[in-house]
Design a protein around this ligand. Structure first.
Ligand SMILES: NC(=O)c1ccc[n+]([C@@H]2O[C@H](COP(=O)([O-])OP(=O)(O)OC[C@H]3O[C@@H](n4cnc5c(N)ncnc54)[C@H](O)[C@@H]3O)[C@@H](O)[C@H]2O)c1
Length: 450
């Protein structure tokens, strides 16, 4: 096949070994592909070379430990080994400036380096999320600076990465991979590579732009859906009905190819993707003369949720005649996502800041977050143990739920906290039975929309 050799043993270079690149590199290596991992961050490459992994993704440190230093996973800060690869996968970061404009420094840097190192016959696959049209308008021109022609000398495909943190390796091995090719040969080679490398279903789109849009549409949908859940929660709260009752019953009817699927309300949306990708859509709309109104609305709703959560805490404490100034609030779980320690753009940060601003004495506890990271993000050293964090608390605010919290014995905890003690459920986590239990243990329970 053009752009993909028939040989059994394939070699892939993965450029950009951040969170996504390292998951892809480790999965390919584990699947039998010889991988060359390339990153400009020398410290990261040294860590990987020692078999260490800074990303707390389930199963990833084990795969890095198993394959790094073997011929299955070689690591480099140089682009020199790119020539050895049959396939080059690019997963550098693509943040945005205000207004949704792509900050393209990493992507430009990678393409410029690749233009000096690729050779005829190779297949290049771009995974980094970009606004539609960016691969054709920016990437191809930069790659061709070295003299090779796209579609003639090398193949090119855009295959968006759609994994989510915490379950990334499982999703990489099970989610369909979307392929948009520069030409039919490129698309066919990319599809064949993913089938051989990971063994997953491949969905081939009609163009690179369609594949670029798929990733953005997924995250636009998720962000919008969460905004709906968050507003539904606020209406339910005013109605004094439990939003989870409403969501689970509402989700019971078929619509389109599946059921209605309203996601869960929460303290807010964080991380690098859902806060960024919808703005890329909005920006592209502006440039194309389309006013995308749902993006700013959903972003505003989700960005308002930390404030809503703060108000909920303040209101519940006030009901107990406990002013915020001087109240002790223990925040349990500070990551932006359950079961991860990721603090990027975490919505728990503005909640903690507002509580402290109002004079509350706040402790934070998260068994998965890196303590130094937490101290930098919150300007507050995290408490080393749950017992210390909750000591004398007037309010426990559960703002991220980790599996480790399943072990918490709230009846036991009741002896450590103040009386009364408010329990705020920022993740719509507790079932009705658990809420009854909490109430029997003496907690005053409130959740977002509950
Ligand atoms: N993090 C996620 O959950 C997620 C999920 C799906 C898709 N994505 C997308 O995947 C892409 C990568 O995201 P990430 O979270 O892995 O980013 P990241 O910031 O963790 O990693 C980017 C890596 O690229 C390296 N890099 C930068 N310039 C380089 C260059 N010129 N040559 C080689 N390496 C270079 C950086 O040193 C860094 O290690 C982004 O486009 C992102 O939007 C991310």
């Amino acid at each position: 096949m053009r752009f993909l050799p028939d040989e059994e043993n394939l070699t892939a270079a993965v450029v950009g070994l951040g969170y996504v690149g390292s998951c892809v590199a480790a999965t390919l290596a584990d699947g039998g592909i010889d991988v060359i991992g390339i990153d400009v961050d020398a410290t990261l490459i040294e860590e990987f070379s020692r078999g260490e992994c800074r990303f707390r993704e389930t199963g990833l440190p084990e795969l890095i430990g198993r394959w790094s230093g073997t011929s299955r996973l070689r690591l480099s800060t140089s682009y020199q080994p790119v020539a050895e690869a049959d396939v080059v996968i690019v997963a550098v970061g693509t943040p945005i400036h205000a207004g949704g404009v792509l900050a393209d420094t990493q992507l430009r840097g990678a393409c410029e380096e690749l233009s000096r190192h690729i050779r005829p016959g190779q297949l290049l696959i771009f995974k980094s999320t970009v606004p539609p049209g960016m691969t054709r308008k920016l990437v191809v021109g930069l790659l061709e600076q070295g003299g090779l022609r796209c579609g003639e000398d090398f193949g090119l495909a855009f295959c968006p990465e759609r994994l989510s943190e915490g379950v990334a390796l499982r999703e990489l091995r099970s989610f369909p991979i979307v392929v948009g090719g520069w030409c039919a040969d490129s698309a066919a080679a990319a599809a064949a590579f993913w089938r051989r490398g990971i063994g997953v279903e491949v969905i081939t789109c009609s163009s690179i732009e369609a594949a670029e849009m798929v990733k953005l549409a997924d995250n636009w949908w998720i962000d919008h859906n969460i905004a709906l859940a968050n507003e539904l929660a606020q209406v339910c709260s005013a109605l004094e009905v439990d939003v989870l009752d409403v969501i689970s019953a509402a989700n019971s009817i078929p619509k389109g190819n599946g059921n209605v699927n309203i996601l869960l309300p929460s303290v807010g949306v964080g991380g690098s993707c859902l806060t960024k990708d919808p703005w890329m859509v909005w920006r592209s709309g502006q440039e194309l003369g389309v006013e995308v109104r749902t993006v700013p609305v959903a972003r505003e709703v989700n960005d308002s949720m930390p404030g809503y959560t703060f108000d909920l805490i303040a209101a519940e404490l006030a009901r107990q005649d406990r002013p915020l100034a001087g109240a002790r609030v223990a925040v349990l779980g500070v990551a932006f996502k359950n079961d991860t320690g990721d603090l990027r753009a975490t919505p728990t940060q503005p909640v903690v800041a507002a509580l402290r601003e109002a004079g509350a004495e706040v402790s934070i506890f998260d068994p998965l977050a890196d303590p130094d990271d937490a101290e930098k993000t919150f300007g507050l050293a995290p408490t080393g143990s749950l017992a210390d964090a909750v000591q004398g608390a007037d309010c426990l605010a559960v703002l991220a739920w980790h599996r480790a919290f399943n072990e918490i014995d709230f009846t036991e905890l009741r002896r450590r906290v103040a009386s009364p003690c408010v329990l705020i459920d920022g993740r719509a986590y507790f079932t009705r039975d658990r809420i009854e239990e909490l109430r029997r243990s003496g907690f005053i329970y409130r959740g977002i929309g509950r």
